[in-house]
Design a protein around this ligand. Structure first.
Ligand SMILES: Nc1ncnc2c1ncn2[C@@H]1O[C@H](COP(=O)(O)OP(=O)(O)OP(=O)(O)O)[C@@H](O)[C@H]1O
Ligand SMILES: [Mg+2]
Length: 215
């Protein structure tokens, strides 16, 4: 199992920007949102179980999960969200593990936007890296990127963990209040740290193997 760093942060905090910077340094990025979408596209690994559980109304004509319908069902029936997660989470976990294990770099970055809120991927994560920025910056960045109104962005932020809750679980923090250059410098520094940690760990495994061989 490779050394896995979980990358999290609130909406618009800069997770994708940080992941791109790590990727430019040659680090393998595994994106759990992308995996969730693959599982629920036509022929995706979760679609048969979803159809069996919720019926054909949550499946589009082309075989894709109909997210608006699924959201309405989950809104009306609290157990539906749990039943959907019971299908998706083990599949997301298995696929994330598979991709991290086969990562070509000494460590992998696993992007988990809702790491603090859901937590089911924690057991495969060695360190949590939080991307943090002022809430006013999250608001302005998401408004201009997604063309949303301020109250719409705030409504999404209200469903997410608070900054103190995220800070409480973070091992490392990238502060994204400045420009991309400032971000890039912080990422380069963390990259060195993670290479050291990942190497230290594989040295540790080698040492353990030798100890077992000797005794
Ligand atoms: N330091 C920065 N300076 C200027 N713009 C930035 C900076 N960081 C991020 N942005 C911009 O803000 C927007 C949100 O950033 P990004 O997509 O990286 O965040 P995210 O955490 O991945 O968002 P989401 O939660 O929606 O996936 C993007 O349009 C990005 O280009
Ligand atoms: Mg993103």
């Amino acid at each position: 199992m490779s050394f896995v760093v979980g990358l999290t942060g609130g909406i618009g905090s800069g997770k994708s920007s940080v992941a791109d910077l790590f990727s430019a340094l040659g680090v393998s990025i595994v994106d759990t949102d992308a995996i969730a979408h693959e599982l629920t596209r036509p022929g995706g690994g979760a679609m048969r179980a979803i159809r069996d559980e919720f019926g054909g109304s949550v499946v589009d004509a082309d075989g894709r999960l109909n997210r608006p319908v699924m959201r309405r069902i989950a809104f009306a029936d609290a157990s539906a969200k749990n039943r959907l997660e019971a299908i998706l989470h083990p599949l997301i976990l298995a696929e994330s593990e598979k991709r991290c294990v086969s990562a070509a770099s000494p460590y992998a970055i696993l992007v988990v936007p809702l790491l603090v809120e859901t937590g089911f991927l924690r057991r495969m994560i060695r360190r949590i890296l939080l991307v943090d920025c002022e809430e006013s910056l999250q608001e302005s960045r998401v408004m201009s990127r997604n063309g949303l109104f301020l109250d719409e962005v705030r409504a999404i932020m209200a469903t997410q963990a608070s900054r103190p809750d995220r800070e409480a679980v973070a091992d490392d923090v990238v502060l994204n209040n400045g420009n991309i250059e400032t971000l890039s410098r912080q990422v380069a520094e963390l990259h060195r740290k993670y290479l050291d940690l990942a190497h230290g760990e594989s040295d540790g495994r080698v040492a353990e193997g030798m100890r077992r061989a000797l005794f």
